[in-house]
Write a protein that binds this ligand. Structure first.
Ligand SMILES: *[C@@H]1O[C@H](CO)[C@@H](O)[C@H](O)[C@H]1NC(C)=O
Ligand SMILES: *[C@@H]1O[C@H](CO)[C@@H](O)[C@H](O)[C@H]1NC(C)=O
Ligand SMILES: *[C@@H]1O[C@H](CO)[C@@H](O)[C@H](O)[C@H]1NC(C)=O
Ligand SMILES: *[C@@H]1O[C@H](CO)[C@@H](O)[C@H](O)[C@H]1NC(C)=O
Length: 319
Protein backbone atom coordinates (compact mmCIF):
# COMPACT_ATOMS: atom_id res chain seq x y z
CA UNK A 1 0.00 0.00 0.00
CA UNK A 2 2.72 2.38 1.03
CA UNK A 3 4.71 1.33 -2.01
CA UNK A 4 1.75 2.14 -4.22
CA UNK A 5 1.41 5.59 -2.68
CA UNK A 6 5.03 6.28 -3.45
CA UNK A 7 4.62 5.05 -7.01
CA UNK A 8 1.60 7.30 -7.53
CA UNK A 9 3.39 10.33 -6.13
CA UNK A 10 6.34 9.61 -8.33
CA UNK A 11 4.10 9.37 -11.40
CA UNK A 12 2.39 12.62 -10.51
CA UNK A 13 5.74 14.33 -10.35
CA UNK A 14 6.56 13.16 -13.86
CA UNK A 15 3.15 13.97 -15.30
CA UNK A 16 3.13 17.31 -13.47
CA UNK A 17 6.36 18.28 -15.16
CA UNK A 18 4.92 17.35 -18.51
CA UNK A 19 1.64 19.18 -18.15
CA UNK A 20 3.45 22.37 -17.31
CA UNK A 21 5.13 22.22 -20.67
CA UNK A 22 8.57 21.78 -19.14
CA UNK A 23 9.25 19.36 -21.90
CA UNK A 24 12.98 19.13 -22.15
CA UNK A 25 13.14 18.39 -18.42
CA UNK A 26 10.31 15.92 -18.16
CA UNK A 27 11.27 13.88 -21.19
CA UNK A 28 14.35 12.57 -19.41
CA UNK A 29 14.02 12.19 -15.65
CA UNK A 30 15.68 8.95 -14.73
CA UNK A 31 19.15 7.87 -15.78
CA UNK A 32 19.27 4.98 -18.24
CA UNK A 33 19.18 1.58 -16.58
CA UNK A 34 21.52 -0.90 -18.26
CA UNK A 35 21.50 -4.68 -17.81
CA UNK A 36 23.21 -7.48 -19.66
CA UNK A 37 20.88 -10.39 -20.40
CA UNK A 38 22.51 -13.48 -21.95
CA UNK A 39 25.30 -11.35 -23.33
CA UNK A 40 23.00 -8.72 -24.85
CA UNK A 41 23.00 -5.18 -23.54
CA UNK A 42 19.46 -4.18 -22.59
CA UNK A 43 18.23 -0.84 -21.29
CA UNK A 44 15.32 1.08 -19.85
CA UNK A 45 15.11 4.82 -20.50
CA UNK A 46 12.57 6.25 -18.15
CA UNK A 47 8.98 6.23 -19.42
CA UNK A 48 9.84 6.83 -23.05
CA UNK A 49 11.46 3.42 -23.50
CA UNK A 50 10.37 1.68 -20.34
CA UNK A 51 10.62 -2.02 -21.09
CA UNK A 52 13.98 -3.71 -20.77
CA UNK A 53 15.01 -3.91 -24.43
CA UNK A 54 18.08 -3.71 -26.61
CA UNK A 55 16.30 -0.97 -28.58
CA UNK A 56 16.21 1.28 -25.52
CA UNK A 57 20.02 1.46 -25.44
CA UNK A 58 20.14 3.54 -28.61
CA UNK A 59 18.93 7.09 -28.96
CA UNK A 60 15.21 7.48 -28.36
CA UNK A 61 12.92 9.66 -30.44
CA UNK A 62 13.09 12.69 -28.14
CA UNK A 63 16.88 12.64 -28.59
CA UNK A 64 16.62 13.42 -32.30
CA UNK A 65 13.15 14.96 -32.76
CA UNK A 66 12.20 17.77 -30.43
CA UNK A 67 9.02 19.77 -30.18
CA UNK A 68 10.36 22.57 -32.39
CA UNK A 69 11.13 20.13 -35.19
CA UNK A 70 7.68 18.60 -34.88
CA UNK A 71 6.23 22.10 -35.25
CA UNK A 72 8.34 22.64 -38.33
CA UNK A 73 7.19 19.39 -39.99
CA UNK A 74 3.50 20.12 -39.40
CA UNK A 75 3.64 23.86 -39.40
CA UNK A 76 0.20 24.54 -40.91
CA UNK A 77 -1.79 22.00 -38.93
CA UNK A 78 -3.37 24.68 -36.72
CA UNK A 79 -3.85 27.25 -39.46
CA UNK A 80 -7.33 28.64 -40.19
CA UNK A 81 -7.92 26.21 -43.07
CA UNK A 82 -7.12 23.16 -40.94
CA UNK A 83 -9.85 20.79 -39.75
CA UNK A 84 -8.33 19.49 -36.53
CA UNK A 85 -7.02 22.67 -34.94
CA UNK A 86 -5.45 22.02 -31.56
CA UNK A 87 -5.78 18.24 -31.83
CA UNK A 88 -2.38 16.88 -32.82
CA UNK A 89 0.69 17.63 -30.74
CA UNK A 90 4.21 16.45 -30.06
CA UNK A 91 3.43 15.11 -26.59
CA UNK A 92 0.73 12.77 -27.87
CA UNK A 93 3.06 11.43 -30.55
CA UNK A 94 5.84 10.74 -28.05
CA UNK A 95 3.44 9.17 -25.53
CA UNK A 96 2.08 6.89 -28.26
CA UNK A 97 5.55 6.07 -29.55
CA UNK A 98 6.59 5.07 -26.02
CA UNK A 99 4.60 1.85 -26.43
CA UNK A 100 6.59 0.88 -29.49
CA UNK A 101 10.10 2.22 -28.95
CA UNK A 102 11.04 -0.88 -26.89
CA UNK A 103 9.97 -2.88 -29.97
CA UNK A 104 12.18 -0.91 -32.34
CA UNK A 105 9.97 1.96 -33.57
CA UNK A 106 12.38 4.84 -34.18
CA UNK A 107 15.02 2.98 -32.18
CA UNK A 108 16.35 0.50 -34.76
CA UNK A 109 19.75 0.90 -36.38
CA UNK A 110 21.86 4.02 -35.92
CA UNK A 111 20.71 7.62 -35.74
CA UNK A 112 20.29 7.99 -39.51
CA UNK A 113 18.05 4.93 -39.86
CA UNK A 114 16.07 5.96 -36.80
CA UNK A 115 15.39 9.41 -38.23
CA UNK A 116 14.58 7.97 -41.64
CA UNK A 117 12.00 5.66 -40.12
CA UNK A 118 10.24 8.53 -38.37
CA UNK A 119 10.33 10.57 -41.60
CA UNK A 120 8.86 7.58 -43.45
CA UNK A 121 6.11 7.06 -40.91
CA UNK A 122 5.30 10.77 -41.02
CA UNK A 123 5.41 10.62 -44.83
CA UNK A 124 2.41 8.31 -44.73
CA UNK A 125 0.69 10.22 -41.94
CA UNK A 126 1.28 13.63 -43.53
CA UNK A 127 -0.03 12.61 -46.93
CA UNK A 128 -3.12 10.90 -45.46
CA UNK A 129 -4.05 13.85 -43.24
CA UNK A 130 -3.09 16.76 -45.50
CA UNK A 131 -5.35 19.58 -46.59
CA UNK A 132 -2.62 21.17 -48.67
CA UNK A 133 -3.39 22.09 -52.26
CA UNK A 134 -1.30 23.36 -55.13
CA UNK A 135 -1.10 27.06 -54.31
CA UNK A 136 -1.37 26.80 -50.52
CA UNK A 137 0.85 29.21 -48.56
CA UNK A 138 4.07 27.48 -47.63
CA UNK A 139 3.48 24.77 -50.22
CA UNK A 140 1.06 21.83 -50.14
CA UNK A 141 3.42 19.65 -48.12
CA UNK A 142 3.24 21.91 -45.06
CA UNK A 143 -0.36 20.84 -44.32
CA UNK A 144 0.11 17.39 -42.78
CA UNK A 145 -2.01 16.60 -39.70
CA UNK A 146 -4.70 18.96 -40.95
CA UNK A 147 -7.46 16.34 -40.56
CA UNK A 148 -8.20 13.79 -37.87
CA UNK A 149 -11.31 12.35 -39.50
CA UNK A 150 -13.21 11.96 -42.74
CA UNK A 151 -15.30 15.11 -43.18
CA UNK A 152 -18.41 13.97 -45.02
CA UNK A 153 -18.63 10.21 -44.72
CA UNK A 154 -20.99 8.77 -47.30
CA UNK A 155 -21.64 5.65 -45.24
CA UNK A 156 -21.05 4.01 -41.85
CA UNK A 157 -18.49 1.43 -43.09
CA UNK A 158 -20.22 -1.47 -41.40
CA UNK A 159 -19.40 -4.78 -43.09
CA UNK A 160 -21.93 -7.42 -42.04
CA UNK A 161 -19.60 -10.18 -43.16
CA UNK A 162 -17.77 -9.66 -39.84
CA UNK A 163 -20.91 -9.66 -37.69
CA UNK A 164 -19.66 -12.58 -35.59
CA UNK A 165 -16.11 -11.34 -35.01
CA UNK A 166 -16.51 -7.57 -35.09
CA UNK A 167 -20.23 -6.78 -34.93
CA UNK A 168 -21.17 -3.17 -35.56
CA UNK A 169 -22.47 -1.40 -32.49
CA UNK A 170 -25.84 0.24 -33.19
CA UNK A 171 -25.27 3.94 -33.72
CA UNK A 172 -21.50 3.65 -34.08
CA UNK A 173 -20.03 4.89 -37.34
CA UNK A 174 -16.77 3.47 -38.64
CA UNK A 175 -15.71 6.23 -41.02
CA UNK A 176 -12.08 7.24 -41.48
CA UNK A 177 -10.34 8.54 -38.36
CA UNK A 178 -6.79 8.91 -37.16
CA UNK A 179 -3.25 9.52 -38.35
CA UNK A 180 -3.31 6.59 -40.78
CA UNK A 181 -7.06 6.66 -41.16
CA UNK A 182 -8.96 3.60 -39.93
CA UNK A 183 -12.11 2.60 -41.82
CA UNK A 184 -14.62 -0.25 -41.30
CA UNK A 185 -15.80 -2.13 -38.22
CA UNK A 186 -13.32 -4.97 -38.72
CA UNK A 187 -10.34 -2.60 -38.66
CA UNK A 188 -11.60 -0.75 -35.58
CA UNK A 189 -12.24 -4.15 -34.01
CA UNK A 190 -8.81 -5.58 -34.75
CA UNK A 191 -6.90 -2.45 -33.70
CA UNK A 192 -9.02 -2.08 -30.57
CA UNK A 193 -8.21 -5.66 -29.64
CA UNK A 194 -4.50 -5.07 -30.12
CA UNK A 195 -4.46 -1.82 -28.14
CA UNK A 196 -6.95 -3.01 -25.52
CA UNK A 197 -9.30 -0.15 -26.34
CA UNK A 198 -12.99 -0.70 -26.96
CA UNK A 199 -13.00 0.87 -30.40
CA UNK A 200 -15.87 -1.23 -31.69
CA UNK A 201 -18.21 0.49 -29.25
CA UNK A 202 -16.27 3.75 -29.28
CA UNK A 203 -14.67 4.45 -32.65
CA UNK A 204 -14.93 8.14 -31.73
CA UNK A 205 -12.03 7.73 -29.28
CA UNK A 206 -9.73 8.03 -32.28
CA UNK A 207 -10.99 11.51 -33.13
CA UNK A 208 -11.05 12.60 -29.48
CA UNK A 209 -7.64 11.48 -28.27
CA UNK A 210 -4.50 12.15 -30.30
CA UNK A 211 -2.43 9.67 -28.28
CA UNK A 212 -4.85 6.89 -29.23
CA UNK A 213 -4.88 8.08 -32.83
CA UNK A 214 -1.07 7.93 -33.02
CA UNK A 215 -1.02 4.59 -31.17
CA UNK A 216 -3.35 3.08 -33.74
CA UNK A 217 -1.21 4.42 -36.59
CA UNK A 218 2.04 3.15 -35.10
CA UNK A 219 0.42 -0.21 -34.44
CA UNK A 220 -0.49 -0.38 -38.13
CA UNK A 221 3.10 0.51 -39.05
CA UNK A 222 4.57 -2.12 -36.71
CA UNK A 223 2.30 -5.04 -37.67
CA UNK A 224 1.77 -6.94 -40.92
CA UNK A 225 -1.56 -6.69 -42.70
CA UNK A 226 -1.50 -10.49 -43.10
CA UNK A 227 0.42 -13.35 -41.57
CA UNK A 228 3.54 -14.21 -43.53
CA UNK A 229 3.96 -10.67 -44.83
CA UNK A 230 6.33 -8.08 -43.40
CA UNK A 231 5.21 -5.08 -41.40
CA UNK A 232 5.95 -1.65 -42.87
CA UNK A 233 8.51 -1.26 -40.07
CA UNK A 234 10.31 -4.49 -40.96
CA UNK A 235 10.26 -3.69 -44.67
CA UNK A 236 11.63 -0.22 -44.02
CA UNK A 237 14.45 -0.89 -41.56
CA UNK A 238 15.61 -4.00 -43.42
CA UNK A 239 14.54 -6.70 -40.94
CA UNK A 240 12.57 -8.29 -43.75
CA UNK A 241 14.37 -10.58 -46.19
CA UNK A 242 12.50 -10.75 -49.52
CA UNK A 243 11.74 -14.20 -50.93
CA UNK A 244 12.46 -15.09 -54.53
CA UNK A 245 8.83 -14.33 -55.31
CA UNK A 246 9.19 -10.89 -53.74
CA UNK A 247 12.26 -10.19 -55.82
CA UNK A 248 10.43 -11.27 -58.98
CA UNK A 249 7.62 -8.93 -57.94
CA UNK A 250 10.18 -6.08 -57.56
CA UNK A 251 9.51 -5.82 -53.83
CA UNK A 252 12.68 -4.72 -52.08
CA UNK A 253 13.27 -3.43 -48.53
CA UNK A 254 12.59 0.32 -48.37
CA UNK A 255 9.96 3.01 -48.51
CA UNK A 256 8.29 1.74 -51.69
CA UNK A 257 7.40 -1.54 -50.06
CA UNK A 258 5.84 0.23 -47.06
CA UNK A 259 3.32 1.74 -49.51
CA UNK A 260 2.74 -1.69 -51.00
CA UNK A 261 1.98 -3.10 -47.55
CA UNK A 262 -0.32 -0.27 -46.45
CA UNK A 263 -2.18 0.46 -49.69
CA UNK A 264 -1.53 -2.35 -52.17
CA UNK A 265 -2.73 -1.67 -55.69
CA UNK A 266 -4.49 1.50 -54.54
CA UNK A 267 -1.04 3.05 -54.96
CA UNK A 268 1.48 0.46 -56.21
CA UNK A 269 2.09 -1.27 -59.51
CA UNK A 270 0.29 1.52 -61.36
CA UNK A 271 3.33 3.29 -62.74
CA UNK A 272 4.15 6.87 -61.90
CA UNK A 273 0.80 7.93 -60.40
CA UNK A 274 -0.07 10.97 -58.24
CA UNK A 275 -1.39 8.87 -55.35
CA UNK A 276 2.07 7.33 -54.99
CA UNK A 277 4.10 10.44 -55.73
CA UNK A 278 2.19 12.42 -53.12
CA UNK A 279 3.23 10.03 -50.36
CA UNK A 280 6.83 9.95 -51.59
CA UNK A 281 6.93 13.76 -51.69
CA UNK A 282 5.88 13.99 -48.06
CA UNK A 283 8.59 11.53 -47.05
CA UNK A 284 11.28 13.49 -48.91
CA UNK A 285 10.02 16.77 -47.45
CA UNK A 286 10.29 15.42 -43.90
CA UNK A 287 13.74 13.97 -44.58
CA UNK A 288 14.90 17.45 -45.59
CA UNK A 289 13.28 19.21 -42.64
CA UNK A 290 14.69 16.73 -40.14
CA UNK A 291 18.14 17.41 -41.52
CA UNK A 292 18.69 13.93 -42.94
CA UNK A 293 18.33 15.08 -46.54
CA UNK A 294 16.34 13.52 -49.37
CA UNK A 295 19.48 12.15 -50.99
CA UNK A 296 19.43 9.51 -48.22
CA UNK A 297 16.14 8.12 -49.53
CA UNK A 298 17.90 5.84 -52.03
CA UNK A 299 17.22 5.07 -55.68
CA UNK A 300 13.81 5.03 -57.38
CA UNK A 301 13.22 1.31 -57.15
CA UNK A 302 13.67 1.48 -53.36
CA UNK A 303 11.76 4.71 -52.87
CA UNK A 304 8.66 4.02 -54.92
CA UNK A 305 6.51 1.06 -55.83
CA UNK A 306 5.52 2.02 -59.39
CA UNK A 307 6.62 -1.35 -60.76
CA UNK A 308 5.94 -3.52 -57.72
CA UNK A 309 3.29 -6.21 -57.70
CA UNK A 310 0.98 -5.67 -54.73
CA UNK A 311 1.18 -8.11 -51.83
CA UNK A 312 -2.60 -8.13 -51.59
CA UNK A 313 -4.17 -7.42 -54.96
CA UNK A 314 -7.45 -5.46 -54.75
CA UNK A 315 -7.90 -6.61 -51.20
CA UNK A 316 -8.98 -4.55 -48.25
CA UNK A 317 -6.25 -2.01 -48.84
CA UNK A 318 -5.41 0.72 -46.35
CA UNK A 319 -6.83 -0.01 -42.94
C1 LIG B 1 14.84 23.75 -21.60
O1 LIG B 1 14.02 24.65 -22.31
C2 LIG B 1 14.19 25.99 -21.92
C3 LIG B 1 13.16 26.84 -22.65
O2 LIG B 1 12.59 26.18 -23.73
C4 LIG B 1 15.62 26.43 -22.23
O3 LIG B 1 15.82 27.78 -21.86
C5 LIG B 1 16.58 25.54 -21.47
O4 LIG B 1 17.90 25.86 -21.82
C6 LIG B 1 16.30 24.06 -21.81
N1 LIG B 1 17.15 23.23 -20.98
C7 LIG B 1 17.81 22.18 -21.45
C8 LIG B 1 18.58 21.39 -20.46
O5 LIG B 1 17.77 21.86 -22.63
C1 LIG C 1 22.06 0.81 -32.06
O1 LIG C 1 22.82 1.71 -32.85
C2 LIG C 1 23.93 1.16 -33.51
C3 LIG C 1 24.64 2.24 -34.27
O2 LIG C 1 24.74 3.42 -33.57
C4 LIG C 1 23.49 0.05 -34.43
O3 LIG C 1 24.62 -0.55 -35.04
C5 LIG C 1 22.71 -0.99 -33.65
O4 LIG C 1 22.21 -1.97 -34.54
C6 LIG C 1 21.57 -0.34 -32.91
N1 LIG C 1 20.86 -1.30 -32.11
C7 LIG C 1 19.66 -1.77 -32.43
C8 LIG C 1 19.06 -2.74 -31.46
O5 LIG C 1 19.08 -1.44 -33.46
C1 LIG D 1 -5.86 9.35 -24.25
O1 LIG D 1 -5.44 8.03 -24.45
C2 LIG D 1 -4.33 7.65 -23.67
C3 LIG D 1 -3.88 6.28 -24.14
O2 LIG D 1 -4.89 5.34 -24.09
C4 LIG D 1 -4.71 7.70 -22.21
O3 LIG D 1 -3.61 7.33 -21.42
C5 LIG D 1 -5.16 9.11 -21.87
O4 LIG D 1 -5.60 9.16 -20.54
C6 LIG D 1 -6.27 9.58 -22.81
N1 LIG D 1 -6.54 10.98 -22.57
C7 LIG D 1 -7.75 11.42 -22.27
C8 LIG D 1 -7.87 12.91 -22.09
O5 LIG D 1 -8.70 10.69 -22.15
C1 LIG E 1 4.13 -15.52 -55.79
O1 LIG E 1 3.44 -14.33 -56.20
C2 LIG E 1 2.25 -14.55 -56.92
C3 LIG E 1 1.66 -13.22 -57.36
O2 LIG E 1 2.44 -12.13 -56.99
C4 LIG E 1 1.26 -15.33 -56.08
O3 LIG E 1 0.10 -15.60 -56.80
C5 LIG E 1 1.90 -16.62 -55.62
O4 LIG E 1 1.03 -17.30 -54.73
C6 LIG E 1 3.22 -16.36 -54.90
N1 LIG E 1 3.88 -17.61 -54.59
C7 LIG E 1 4.34 -17.89 -53.39
C8 LIG E 1 5.02 -19.18 -53.21
O5 LIG E 1 4.23 -17.11 -52.45
Amino acid sequence: MKMRMIMILFLLVIIGGFVHGDENESFRKQPTLVKTVKGTKMCVKDWECNKLSKFCCNLTITDYLDVDQFELLFTKRNSPVAHAVGFWDYGSFIRAAALYQPLGFGTTGGKKMQMKEIAAFFGHVGSKTSCGYGVATGGPLAYGLCYNKEMSPSQDYCDEYFKLTYPCTPGARYYGRGALPIYWNYNYGAIGEALKLNLLDHPEYIEQNATMAFQAAIWRWMNPMKKGQPSAHDAFVGNWKPTKNDTLSKRVPGFGTTMNILYGDGVCGQGDVDAMNNIVSHYLYYLDLMGVGREEAGPHEVLNCAEQKPFNPTAVAAS
